[in-house]
Design a protein around this ligand. Sequence first.
Ligand SMILES: Nc1ncnc2c1ncn2[C@@H]1O[C@H](COP(=O)(O)OP(=O)(O)OP(=O)(O)O)[C@@H](O)[C@H]1O
Length: 303
Amino acid sequence: MPLILETNGLTKLYGGRAAVNQVSLHVKEGDIYGFIGKNGAGKTTFMRLVTGLARPDKGSMTLFGGQDFSRSRRRIGSMIEYPSLYPNMTARQNLEAHRLLLGIPEKGSVDEALKTVRLAETGNKKVKHFSLGMRQRLGIAQCLLGHPDFLILDEPINGLDPTGIKEIRDLLLTLNGEKGITILLSSHILGELAKIATCYGIINQGVLVDEFSKDELQTRCRRCLRIQVDDVKKAAQVLESILKTDQFDVLPDQTIRLFGYLEDSGMVNTTLVQNGVTVRTIAPAGQDLEGYFMQRMGGYGNA
Ligand SMILES: Nc1ncnc2c1ncn2[C@@H]1O[C@H](COP(=O)(O)OP(=O)(O)OP(=O)(O)O)[C@@H](O)[C@H]1O
């Protein structure tokens, strides 16, 4: 897939300190890119650089394969920090005002956006009476008015209740799956991101410390049963011939990692013992998703 966004050593300094430090990040067409970092890690600053709200001090960037940003940024819809909405107006009036501000000629785009974010039925209700989730969806509707190919959303689920989070999640999946919109979204809520992201970038103190796909993440966090036995060779034979599995490997310290059977460690133990293998220890192992992210993000403080 072609790259929608590629940055090379992008750097932004504030008072001599790098808020974004040599970031080389890659968003492919069709991705839902989860941009993860603790508060103050540099997520917002990076998004401001991409959307042209701030200028980089160093580095370069390619958008939609080119560097004519005045053109390519028109293909981006972005919501950085909170959406700017008029509280005394309805959802429709807000979108109409935004449409005129952006100089978008098609009037129908307002209805379409309202429908997409499921706010078409809010009638005369003023935005000041909306829930935070509704406001966030209205903010996303603003982004959709120009029919973007690329959405950049800064912490769109921050502060939402579980229902609000699910509504945004479903909306993003629809926009990506049905409308083919590539999405870059930041969050520090790891579990939620993991439900929708197809790839990830982890930023820590302005530095992109890792970038990987969903598949890579699953491999890195693969859970297993760690088994210590007296005779590794014999144990391997039992696993193959009795349990009919080849989903295991043997570590240099002669520990077996068995992938699968995580809920059946008792049965695995019994099978090995009944076939003449002495089991010293058997226990689930492997890092969970959150543990993995936390470690990469620089620990648990202020997450
Ligand atoms: N306009 C600015 N002037 C000075 N420092 C800034 C400015 N904008 C951001 N910073 C600093 O840059 C660093 C990164 O901030 P940024 O807002 O990009 O982080 P973030 O990951 O988006 O965090 P948060 O989720 O809290 O917004 C922080 O130390 C912040 O104080």
